[in-house]
Write a protein that binds this ligand. Structure first.
Ligand SMILES: [Mn+2]
Length: 332
């Protein structure tokens, strides 16, 4: 991935010309959203003293990411002032910010915006777009950008950015873990990224309520004739386990582990919406196309959608005769 020089120059102009810069990531943020939000906000604060940098997300950082520097500075009350510029991170489309209706100035061209993203159906909605679908994470793009403009990546910033690289590659295990990803990891470790802090907080910590919720997910897996491993969690499951919605993150990788399946799906009930998370391990299945049928999106191997409604269980029973019984029937 090479950062195009013309876009780089325009982005620098936007940043130089703004007194306040608001960094925004998608609602219900994952490690890459939080890592890229914090990484970018701290990079600008360091490189451009005197500028006010706002950390904005509709939802707070998930608990697993609260150890990151700056995580507690995230607010959800951004109010536009003329002269502001925005940097939008890890958002495949405007509505993922959940600010598309309340803050139309972000998307109608009335304020300068820069976006960094790696979702392949991104409609390039910002004034300057750094969208690289071949990147495994948004954090990877930010590392390339910071190095291209010559911004210093401190140990704190490297820790934020490595979190995004790790979470979007499932701990460097997903098929999107290219040589470029390993190069980025090496770059961040040299910059002082505190790898073990990330491993402990993100991959080796599971709350009691999370394990209880995952137990319910695993208990309810069913396999469909179309080759799907499917599970569902209701509001009742969240209540009974004491888990919040964000604790479902990661459970899909277990559902996706059933051998021979084409895809996996977890449906989860959240207020009046049902969220679907899709994964596949196969090259000939595109789950982002499946998600698109339900107005969702994502990547070829990991995608999601949300539909208004509730979950209704459907149980099917049929009587299957034993071979012995069938034999008796045939003899009569
Ligand atoms: Mn991402």
């Amino acid at each position: 991935m090479t950062i195009p020089i013309e876009e780089l120059r325009r982005a620098q102009e936007i940043i130089a010309g703004a007194a306040r810069i608001v960094c925004i990531c998608h609602r219900n943020p994952d490690g890459d959203a939080i890592g890229s939000l914090l990484g970018m906000a701290l990079l600008i604060e360091n490189a451009c003293p005197g500028k006010t940098v706002l950390f904005q997300c509709t939802d707070p950082a998930p608990e697993t990411c609260r150890f990151l520097p700056g995580a507690l500075r995230i607010r959800h009350d951004y109010a536009y002032i003329p002269g502001d510029a925005a940097i939008i991170l890890d958002c495949g489309e405007p509505k993922l910010t959940e600010m598309h209706e309340t803050h139309s100035m972000l998307f109608d061209g009335s304020m300068p915006t820069i976006e960094f993203d790696h979702h392949h159906r991104n409609p390039l909605f910002a004034s300057v777009n750094f969208v690289f679908p071949e990147a495994a994470s948004t954090c990877e793009i930010i590392v390339a950008f910071a190095d291209a403009v010559g911004w210093k990546i401190t140990s704190d910033i490297a820790t934020c950015l490595l979190t995004g690289v790790y979470t979007d590659t499932g701990g460097l295990l997903h098929s999107n873990t290219t040589a470029a990803v390993y190069r980025t990891v090496a770059r961040l470790l040299r910059a002082g990224a505190r790898r073990q802090e990330i491993v402990t907080a993100v991959f080796r910590t599971a709350k009691f309520s999370t394990l209880k919720l995952w137990g319910r997910v695993l208990e309810k897996i069913s396999l469909t004739a179309e080759g799907g491993a499917i599970s569902a969690v209701t509001e009742g499951d969240f209540r009974a386990s004491g888990a919040d919605y964000s604790e479902l993150t990661g459970a899909i990788d277990y559902v996706n582990a059933v051998p021979g399946m084409r895809f996996s799906l977890i449906l989860s009930e959240r207020g009046g919406t049902v969220k679907g998370s899709l994964r596949t391990l196969r090259d000939d299945v595109d789950v982002s196309a499946m998600a698109a049928k339900f107005s969702g999106g994502g990547h070829k191997k990991a995608a999601g959608f949300a539909l208004p409604g509730k979950l209704k269980p459907e149980i099917r029973w049929k009587v299957e005769q034993s071979e012995e019984e069938q034999g008796k029937t045939a003899l009569r």
